[in-house]
Design a protein around this ligand. Structure first.
Ligand code: SF4
Ligand code: SF4
Length: 386
């Protein structure tokens, strides 16, 4: 049945003339044809065993494999055919270029995919708009509350319902746009039904960032041939910091609506403790990732995506910095201004979530799930199966 669906999709695409590979896709195809003959890197990550199940690479295969790649760099540093060899095999770079293309291709609404291509500008404009909105609201509406110590009462500057309406609306849009984009990607890579075991394995691989260990547990190649686990650690700090901040907001919502406990909360309360720990993770992780990004071997990634990478990391850093500053000075006259800046930055982060680097986590999870499903099935070639 699934094969029939895949064939129908292919026939439709053929009729529409949309099956031709783009230049980055053709480069992945070329590199993988060489890798499939070589297979030296089989143990590094899931890309190579998934590749070995195929002899040809259509668009959907290339999109899937590109998002399964974690850009650890191992296969470039191990490759005897890497530049300056005439074959010039550079799998991480080719995969990175296709990944960037897939975010734009599957974006919802489709026209918004262009925002990925100019993501540095998108982030800058969203930041300016977010800051302008909250500074203007504060100045025009509650100017008398600015400059006065308000004992940490944020709602004296921005009413609770206003914040819920603004952030709820933008966050809902981000979830919808990202969800529909990833659903389009999921359908195009024609996975089978995901059983509980496959789903648990994919979740475990994603939460542990298994494929940032280089296949041997010693980590990625970053600047050179040495291995390092720092990229994995900084990613973990960023992800779990983000989740703790999310949990803090969730608990605060429960306090507000469920228990009738209104903010400000004590420094030892769950919302503040979770938010503080999350803020520290979200400070250390992105700072480390930015440092690594600057030192990274330029052959690893797609230079055109640097503004997107750094823009997202920068927004995360500003979010945690402004949030921790707000906590530190919440009982002083600076609170109103700090709150406006923090909310402006968070608004920019939410606005750009569906059209920036954040998407890579979701596309990668979908590819990991497909791999967990696929490896449980007999391969069509009868070669290279688990
Ligand atoms: S990256 Fe190089 S060494 Fe690794 S499988 Fe491909 S061709 Fe072989
Ligand atoms: S860069 Fe790392 S994750 Fe990507 S294909 Fe090579 S070994 Fe696999």
């Amino acid at each position: 049945m699934q094969q029939l669906e895949a064939l129908t999709q292919e026939a439709r695409a053929l009729a529409a003339g949309t099956l031709a590979l783009t230049r980055p896709e053709a480069e992945v195809d070329r590199a993988l044809q060489i890798c499939n003959a070589c297979r030296y890197c089989e143990g590094f990550c899931a890309v190579f065993p998934a590749m070995a199940r195929r002899l040809e690479f259509g668009k959907a295969d290339i999109h899937y494999l590109a998002n399964l790649c974690h850009n650890c760099g191992a296969c470039l540093h191990a490759c005897q055919y890497a530049p300056p060899h005439e074959f010039a095999v550079n799998v991480p770079q080719a995969m990175a270029q296709v990944r960037g293309q897939t975010y734009a291709d599957y974006a919802w609404p489709p026209g918004f995919g262009a925002l990925y291509r100019r993501n540095g500008l998108t982030v800058a404009m969203a930041l300016a708009a977010g800051l302008a909105l909250f500074l203007a609201l504060a100045l025009l509406w509650k100017a008398d509350a600015l400059g006065r110590p308000l004992a940490g009462n944020f709602y004296a500057v921005f009413p609770h319902n206003l914040m819920v309406a603004l952030f709820g609306g933008v966050f809902g849009w981000a979830v919808l746009a990202l969800g529909l984009g990833v659903a389009r990607f999921w359908r195009s890579i024609t996975p089978g039904a995901a059983g509980a075991q496959a789903a648990a394995e994919a979740a475990s691989d994603a939460l542990r960032l298994k494929y940032l260990d280089g296949g041997h547990g010693e980590g990625c190649n970053d600047q050179d041939d040495r291995f390092t686990l720092w990229r994995r650690r900084f990613h973990h700090a960023t992800f779990y910091g983000f989740m703790l901040c999310f949990a803090s907001t969730g608990v605060a919502t429960l306090y507000h609506y469920g228990l009738g406990l209104k903010a400000p909360y004590a420094l030892t309360s769950w919302p503040v403790l979770l938010g503080t720990l999350g803020g520290i993770g979200l400070l250390a992780g992105p700072a480390g990732l930015l440092w690594l990004n600057w030192r990274r071997d330029p052959q690893h990634g797609d230079a055109a995506q640097r503004p997107m990478d750094r823009g997202f990391i920068g927004l995360l850093l500003l979010t945690s910095l402004s949030g921790l500053a707000l906590l530190a000075w919440r009982d002083t006259g600076a609170m109103g201004l700090l709150l406006a800046v923090h909310l402006g930055v968070v608004m920019a982060l939410f606005l750009t979530l569906p059209y920036g680097k954040f998407a890579h986590g979701l596309y990668r999870c979908a590819a990991l799930l497909k791999w967990a499903v696929e490896r449980r099935r007999p391969g069509k070639l009868g070669l290279g199966d688990d």
